[in-house]
Design a protein around this ligand. Structure first.
Ligand code: AP5
Length: 222
């Protein structure tokens, strides 16, 4: 019996490991990964008016206005592949207004994952992060070094990945996280994100496996 696809949200401070865990989750569970930050960076790279405006906020570590973000994410969520395979929403919603906009459309996840990482680790994770423009894979010079010199040579750094900017991004996170959590309190799991990425995934995996089992038991045969 086919069960309903999973609908998952993942949140946490800047560089808490959201994108890294999303790589593990999509690989095992086949969900459509929708990352607000990635969508915005694509828009910035396109050079559009929205992209130019978005970049001004991203450079200050502030939230990009809802006029730009809300439609962008909603469109992805409602696409047929997200509806059929299930979705994994990364870095969204990040404010009360964004959460409410989803609720108004009846869009609610099965589980809200909060990655909890000590602040002392976040700066180091940010400044050591590198991205592979070819595969989209996330690396860290110390914790997840690239597999070959060829990859090392082509790695990029994000424009907002400096110590100065991560402090601003962290402030924005603290201003908004309680509001968002208040909407999803009953379906939130807090995951210890200080461990190795494999150990963090083991915690998430057991929660997701439990959910899949639950959905199978409750789905009725056609
Ligand atoms: P966004 O791109 O979402 O950035 P962020 O929230 O700051 O999160 P990051 O992508 O920096 O980190 P991550 O948690 O994915 O960590 P990662 O896995 O890469 O947003 C950027 C900007 O866009 C915002 O500032 C805002 O302006 C705008 N924006 C985004 N969403 C918005 C919204 N909803 N509304 C309005 N504006 C919005 O890991 C980090 C590093 O650590 C990597 O190098 C990784 O290899 C390493 N690492 C990961 N896990 C571990 C581990 N367990 N141990 C050791 N190292 C690890």
């Amino acid at each position: 019996v086919d069960s309903e696809p999973l609908k998952i949200m993942i949140s946490g401070a800047p560089a808490s490991g959201k994108g890294t865990q999303c790589e593990f989750i999509t690989k095992k569970y086949g969900l459509v990964h929708i990352a607000a930050g990635d969508l915005l960076r694509t828009e910035v790279a396109s050079g559009s008016e929205n992209g130019k405006l978005a970049k001004k906020y991203m450079e200050k570590g502030q939230l990009v206005p809802d006029e730009i973000v809300v439609m962008m994410v909603k469109e992805r969520l409602l696409m047929s592949n997200s509806q059929e395979q299930g979705w994994l929403l990364d870095g969204y919603p990040r404010s009360l207004s964004q959460a409410r906009a989803l609720e108004e459309h009846g869009i609610r996840p099965d589980l809200f994952i909060l990655l909890d990482v000590s602040e002392e680790f976040l700066v180091e994770r940010v400044v050591g992060r590198r991205l592979d423009p070819v595969t989209g894979k996330i690396y860290h010079l110390k914790y997840s070094p690239p597999e070959s010199e060829e990859i090392t040579a082509r790695l990029n750094q994000r424009f907002d990945d400096t110590e100065e900017k991560v402090i601003l991004r962290l402030q924005t996170h603290h201003q908004n996280v309680k509001d968002v959590l208040s909407i999803y309190e009953d379906i939130t799991i807090k995951v210890d994100g200080n461990a190795s990425k494999e150990d963090v995934f083991a915690q998430i995996d057991s929660a997701l496996a439990g959910l899949v089992g639950q959905k199978k038991r409750t789905s009725t045969p056609l």
